[in-house]
Design a protein around this ligand. Structure first.
Ligand code: BES
Ligand code: MN
Ligand code: ZN
Length: 496
């Protein structure tokens, strides 16, 4: 996993006395002007700081940040004030975003301290590490990330140390996913993705299996092979297993790994096509999640199954009109799909991967993909759509909101499934019904989930990639969504 260049530690020192390059303090917005997150006490200068914040024109709204000289106020050279919004509306996500904003305000500094951690330690640690992220493969660091941050907490006992450790592992898992998404498609193709996943997983002590195109043909993975057939860079299937001793629950993770989606013969229009470098964000997330689960030592067995292919048009590409046969375990009837649009490719590779994942007999299946433009139409670009079996779907959507990634449960209306009936094969890969494209795709995937497996499908077409400007702790490009939701779900299932 990429280890962040920022090191975090805990301190119980009085914040005003900490000698550092900067002290970051949260400020609430109120009718009476800015309000500090700490009550003034006789020995601390918080009232003077509040006055200074007001004079600097800081309102305390989310996104606000101002740097003042530490002067006589605090022992640190600079005082960085960052907005948290109204006290009554405070959430962990507001703290996380403020920490992200503050992290960039202190970029280039060496030693920093913050009291945001006294409000919420996990959110502060995650926000600092995610907000200071820069992808340096193609462009040098603009300003080095802050070197060390001391997190002020009421107690630095074991519970706080463990909480910090979990937050660091979570953030580093997100950063691994971001690195993979941000790697350009000429560098990240099925074979190179597989090798990077193998290296990261083996370093973490996990078992890895990679099927190349020959093994895929031998195994009958007709969906993955069809989608990958247009590219000179052949497809792969990667499997990564974490199996701690004594685990009673098993979870299958599946993530869409289209290293570039041109649409294939059903080619996409030019604008927006470069963003299809992110069409492997689901794959990146599940690879990062299984590694993160191991680093956290979660008492639950996890296997990630990752289909990787590049969807390109060429003389060898699969066509609209083709009928393909999906993977099926020995002795089990294989499903056939009539391809009506080669741009609905994610579901085709996922179908093979879901069947393979279910062959292990997992209790739960968590599957994620940048699957449909319809997700963006339905929920916007920052809210994932969660479908699947009722209970797991609702729990995952709730956990997505709790961890700050934002998700919403979506239905799978029965009549929409009928649009996938084909006159020629078991299914067709797009519907005759123009509406509810995200839900139709969910239905298609649901066909391949084995009976008795609790299942959640996370469509992250919008949230996985930030095509706009940096905000909060969300940098440009890959966001790492839904790594935090998946880790939170694994922790939740492990605790049952
Ligand atoms: N990778 C795209 C979905 C996507 C769109 C992700 C925008 C991120 C941003 C997917 O493979 C796709 O092309 N889906 C089609 C499906 C359609 C042909 C049924 C779509 O959504 O248009
Ligand atoms: Mn597509
Ligand atoms: Zn796609």
């Amino acid at each position: 996993m990429p280890s962040s260049t920022t090191t975090l530690s805990l301190t119980t020192s009085a914040p005003a006395g900490i000698k550092a390059d900067a002290l970051i303090v949260g400020v609430h917005a109120s009718a009476e002007g800015p309000l500090l997150t700490h009550e003034p006490t006789p020995e601390s200068p918080w009232q003077a700081i509040t006055d200074a914040a007001a004079l600097a024109g800081l309102t305390g709204r989310p996104g606000d940040v101002a740097t003042l000289p530490g002067g006589d106020l605090v022992a640190a050279d600079r005082l960085v004030l960052v907005g948290l919004g109204e006290v009554e509306k405070l959430t962990p996500e507001r703290v996380r975003r403020a920490a992200g904003v503050a992290a960039r305000a202190v970029a280039g500094l060496r030693t920093v301290a913050t009291t945001l951690s006294a409000v919420d330690l996990t959110a502060t640690a995650e926000g600092l590490l995610l907000g200071s992220y820069q992808f340096e493969a193609y462009k040098g660091a603009r300003k080095a990330a802050v070197r060390t941050v001391r997190l002020v907490v009421p107690s630095a006992a074991k519970a706080a140390k463990d909480e910090l450790q979990r937050a660091v592992v979570t953030a580093e898992s997100v950063l691994l996913a971001r690195d993979l998404v941000n790697t350009a498609p000429n560098d990240l193709f099925p074979a190179s993705f597989a090798e990077r996943a193998r290296a990261a997983a083996e370093t973490a002590g996990l078992k890895v299996q990679v099927l190349d195109e020959k093994a895929l043909a031998k195994g009958g993975y007709g969906g993955i092979l069809a989608v990958g057939s247009g590219s000179v860079r052949p497809p792969r299937l990667v499997r990564i297993s974490y199996a701690p001793r004594g685990a009673r629950t098993s979870v299958a993770l599946v993530g869409k790994g289209i290293t570039f989606d041109s649409g294939g013969i059903s080619i996409k229009p030019g604008p927006g096509m470069p963003d299809m470098t992110s069409d492997m964000a689901g794959a990146a997330a599940v690879v990062a999640t299984v590694i993160g689960a191991a680093a956290l030592g979660l008492p639950i067995a996890v296997t990630a199954t990752v289909p990787l292919a590049e969807n390109l048009p060429s003389g060898s590409a699969y066509r609209p009109g083709d009928v393909i046969t999906h993977y099926a375990p020995r002795g089990q009837q294989a499903t056939t799909s009539h391809i009506l649009n080669t741009d609905a490719e994610g579901r085709i590779v996922l179908a093979d991967a879901i069947v393979r994942a279910c062959e292990d007999g997992p209790d739960y299946l968590l599957e994620t993909a940048t699957l449909t433009g319809a997700q963006l139409v339905a929920l916007g670009d920052r809210t994932m759509g969660v479908m699947g079996t009722d209970e797991l779907r609702d729990r995952v959507a709730e956990l997505a909101r709790e961890c700050g990634e934002d998700g919403w449960a979506m239905p799978l209306p029965e009549h929409l499934r009928e649009g996938l009936d084909s006159y020629l094969a078991d299914l067709q890969n797009i519907s005759n019904n123009r509406y509810g494209g995200m839900l139709v795709a969910g239905h298609y995937l649901g066909h391949f989930v084995a009976d008795g497996v609790q299942w959640a499908h996370l469509d992250v077409a919008g949230p996985a990639f930030n095509g706009g400007a940096t905000y909060g702790y969300t940098t440009q490009g890959g966001t790492g969504v839904p790594v935090r939701t998946l880790l939170a779900t694994l922790a939740d299932l492990a605790a049952r």
